[in-house]
Design a protein around this ligand. Structure first.
Ligand SMILES: C[S@@+](CC[C@H](N)C(=O)[O-])C[C@H]1O[C@@H](n2cnc3c(N)ncnc32)[C@H](O)[C@@H]1O
Length: 418
């Protein structure tokens, strides 16, 4: 695509709309596109890529630019991360900008402090230093600066992976079976899969491979009674339904009506009939309480900082803070405790987050287990091996974008002893 002054102006305007970060960047960008309906597909792709690219590298860009002005951040991003040389940019910029760009081309990331190289705010870098050496913080930060892949889950109620791969291939969409999930496909690029027949007929859903592994940890059986306690828009619920071959019963709880509404069209496409979305007021709702002791498998995909998804949501690092994490920890502990009451003897609970902070993960689980001797920890590596998935990250499942190519999920498994 040949870059024009109009492209720069539109991307700058989009960035100006997104940068206050009062709302999630993806919803602000969707709003911007709705307000600017004349933009073509290529323009939108350029704008989205630039806005998210800048958010991924914002600390470094601000540092080398010495400013937070959207147009300067955009030019610095194009020069430093999109490989645009000065010759290409010169016709689009003023003389002053051209001179300034020459200067910033020379700065190396290695000369910057750790927090800037890793693209983490100071407060997060300090938290990480409490349990990680600097070189690992840097690796983690760098892995989260790379864009995430587009992963699909094959809905095994309606199709199988080989058949879907062949159909994608026929339509020129390159993809491969994911290394761990038995029903995952990792696409090579970012095709508009939501307009593809396979998506529209419910044969595939978009779902990160790491998220799919949580389904295999829970491993619900056909006739089971299952609760997805924090179901949201049902990313994981739909997989559980397919694993159960649409038999048994899944209650999809969430406090957000809006998110549960987003589940409805997905549910319709999926062909599942064993799923019951229910809005609850909080984790102590009567709809929860009446299931006490009746449930075979409970998934708690807890509200969390989401820091393990920074590849997809780079704005989260400014939308979270030490205070918001304290608040989340209180919620996580309360939800885990209520959710565990639902288990039948012998029932299994999976507590999961998409965070890499121990305080949201093992610390919540270990504190809970210490006060609940009837719940016994299960080994995640063994549970996955039972499903013929060779992935051993120890007792807990701990995924990282750098090592596993997935979002940074954490999961702990436990069982109510008989
Ligand atoms: C990590 S998201 C869930 C994502 C979802 N499982 C998926 O795969 O798409 C956490 C969810 O917890 C919900 N939530 C927050 N507090 C809750 C509570 N007390 N009880 C149940 N759900 C809650 C939020 O509305 C949010 O949808």
């Amino acid at each position: 695509m040949r870059l024009t002054p109009a492209h720069l102006d539109m991307a700058t305007a989009a960035l100006r709309a997104v940068l206050p970060l009062e709302h999630p960047a993806d919803s602000m960008l969707r709003h911007f596109f709705r307000e600017n309906p004349a933009l073509g597909a290529n323009d939108r792709a350029f704008i989205a890529e630039s806005v998210f690219g800048i958010l991924r590298h914002r600390f470094f860009l601000e540092c080398i630019s010495g400013t937070s002005i959207p147009r300067s951040l955009l030019l610095a991003y194009l020069a430093r991360f999109q490989g645009m040389n000065l010759r290409e940019l010169l016709p689009l910029v003023s003389e002053v900008e051209a001179k300034w760009l020459t200067g910033i081309k020379a700065v190396t990331p290695e000369s910057q402090p750790l927090a800037i190289q890793a693209e983490f705010p100071e407060w997060l870098t300090e938290k990480l230093r409490g349990f990680m050496p600097d070189n690992e913080i840097l690796d983690l930060g760098r892995s989260l600066q790379r864009p995430a892949s587009l992963d699909l889950r094959v809905n095994t109620l309606l199709a199988n992976r080989e058949e879907v791969l062949a159909l994608l291939n026929k339509d020129g969409i390159a993809g491969n079976a994911t290394p761990y999930s038995l029903v995952g496909i990792r696409l090579a690029g970012k095709p508009a899969i939501n307009r593809h027949e396979l998506f529209l007929t419910g044969k595939v859903e978009v779902q990160d491979e790491g998220s799919q592994l949580l389904g295999y940890l829970l491993a619900p059986k056909r006739g089971d009674m299952v609760v997805d306690f924090c179901a949201g828009a049902g990313g994981k619920t739909l997989m559980l339904g397919a694993l159960m071959r649409s038999q048994g019963r899944i209650y999809a709880f969430d406090i957000s009506e809006k998110r549960l509404n987003n589940l409805k069209p997905r549910l319709k496409r999926s062909g599942l009939s064993n799923l019951y979305p229910q809005r609850i007021a909080n984790e102590n709702d009567i709809k929860v309480k009446r299931l006490t002791g009746k449930i075979d498998r409970v998934l708690v995909d807890a509200p969390c900082s989401g820091l393990g998804t920074l590849r997809r949501n780079p704005d989260l690092k400014w939308r979270q803070s030490p205070q918001s994490i304290e608040e989340l920890k209180r919620k996580q502990a309360a939800i885990l405790s209520s959710a565990a009451n639902l288990l039948k003897p012998g029932g299994r609970l999976i507590y999961a987050t998409c965070s890499f902070l121990p305080e949201e993960n093992q610390e919540i689980v270990e504190r809970f287990l210490a006060g609940h001797p009837r719940l016994a920890p299960l080994n995640c590596a063994e549970l996955l091996a039972q499903q013929k998935i060779p992935l051993d990250t120890g007792v807990y499942l701990q995924l990282s974008p750098g090592l596993h190519g997935t979002d940074g999920f954490f999961a702990a498994a436990m069982e109510l002893v008989k």
